[in-house]
Every structure is written in structure tokens, then in C-alpha cells.
Design a protein around this ligand. Sequence first.
Ligand code: ATP
Ligand code: MG
Length: 235
Amino acid sequence: MRVAIVTIGDELLVGDTVNTNAAWLGERLTERGVDVERVVTLPDRVADIARVVNEYRAAYDAVLVTGGLGPTHDDLTMDGVAAAFGRDVVESQEALEWLAQEGGYAADDLAAGTADIPRGARLLKNPEGVAPGCVIGSVYVLPGVPAEMEAMFETVADEFAGEVEHVTSVVADEPESALLDRIDELRDRFDVTVGSYPGDSVRVKIQGGDEEAEAAAAWLRERVELADIAETSGE
Ligand code: ATP
Ligand code: MG
């Protein structure tokens, strides 16, 4: 399963807010064996959201969108996604009923627009907040507030699945440039995906079938200067 993540918010683009939602979703989806192929950040602008959601829903099995939901002036996520499907947004009776029952909110207490989702969308309740999310076609619309986004994702997590690959790492205490030949040979010898992440030391991340990945890691460990942390396994 191949997916794209679309995060929405002017504050993300200018660096006021660090985009932790993209990182969190990337990790959770990868854990489930899903291939995350795109992460994009868009401004709070309906036309941009509609255009990108449309492009990605055609290209990927699913699109996860996070960003402002609800009645605030800059919460344009639902409008943008609705526009991608050529639909309007309508107040969800199911959301209003749920908010009345679970949250103790009378419909009159809620700001207009709080329970709006695209016409025909499936409601996603917000376990940590008020504004609901939704699923329309293969597009999942989640809130921007990280705790709300995470809780809502968990309610649909089972809809995301793929083949989980074995991941292991070898941490080398050598300059990355010195490792190039051995990494090339590793990639020739074994059917694995290799990532190289330099920092104080170089973490070589090896991904593939259980036995193949471990055999590749063992081969490399014998051929590099291992850093003090020696090795990490299973991520
Ligand atoms: P609210 O109803 O409180 O406005 P919301 O669902 O409309 O919530 P936003 O308005 O987009 O969500 O953002 C709420 C908070 O979550 C803001 O502080 C925002 O910076 C933060 N936030 C939004 N997107 C992300 C993200 N991708 N990563 C981390 N934080 C984010
Ligand atoms: Mg908001």
C-alpha cells in the first residue's frame, strides 16, 4: 500500500510549528508496512489543497490529510478536500449527535461549521477534541492538533496495512565517504534497501526480508569500525 501525507498550515511553512504530524504518521504507517511516498506541506488555501489532494488521490492508494478542522477562519482543510471531490460541506448530523451525547455539547453551543464534513463522507469522531474528521474516497482527513490527530488515526489504523520489512542498523565510527565502497558491495551482495545517515557516527539502516537483512548486517559489521553503541536492531 502506497500513501501520501499532506500537512496543511501556514505555521508549518514558516517554521512557527515543527511538523511533528508528518513524522509521527510516517513512522506509524511504516511500522504497519505501508510505503509513505510523499509528504507535502501546503498553505491554508483551498485551491492548493484541492489540487494536491486530487493529484495524490489519483496516484496513491490513500492520502492522509492533517490540518485545521473546525470553524476558525484559517481552518480550510475540509473545504479544500471537499473541493477536490467537487462537493460541498454539510453539517454532519451524526457528529452533532455524538457531540451532544459524548461531549455534552448542544448543537447551539457549537460554533457554526464545527461539524461540517464533505457531503457523503464517512465521519471520524474526535476522541480528544471536538471537530470531527472524515474519510472520503481514499482520503482521510484528520485534525492538526497532534494529540487529536494521533487519537483519530488510531481509530482507522487498521485500514492501513502492508508487508512489514525487517529493519536493522549498523552504526559505524568512520566517515561516511570512507564507507562508500563497502556500502556498494553490500547492496550488490544482498537483496536489501540501504540507507546511510551520518551524524556523530554513521547509521547504516538495512531493510529487507528477515534473514537477508540480518545476513547483510552481519556482513557489514565484520567490515566496519563499529561505534560504541555497537549496533541497534529492530529500530
Ligand atoms: P483547532 O480546532 O484547535 O484550531 P485544528 O484541528 O483546526 O485545531 P490547526 O488549527 O491546524 O488544527 O492546528 C492546531 C494546532 O496544532 C496549532 O498549534 C498547530 O500549529 C498545530 N499543528 C497543526 N498541524 C501540525 C503538524 N503538522 N504538526 C504539528 N503541529 C501541528
Ligand atoms: Mg484551527
